[in-house]
Design a protein. Sequence first.
Length: 114
Amino acid sequence: GSQTVLLKGVNDNSDTIKQLMHKLLKVRVKPYYLFQCDPVVGSKRFRTTISKGVEIIKSLRGFTSGYAVPTYAIDTAGGGKIPIAPDYFECKDGDKLLFRNYEGNIFSYPYDEE
């Protein structure tokens, strides 16, 4: 699987990442992880914001094959890989949960806590 690092000014836009993920799939490589650039000495100019990474993942989900959507994550020192994902949960409304899909539409789901 591919473990891609998100780099400011190199691949930190939706079109570039989408093209890369599609090309990986064409050569039978699973887009596995998209990593936030580690905060190490000398990397500051390559680091993009976490919100930019989430925006890129949101631009993929629902607009391309699920196989082409990697897990966006931070690789923490000592804590391992921690996934970062867009939040599609809106709220609880009585006996249902409300979610916003990739197009921005709201949908309800039955809530029955036991």
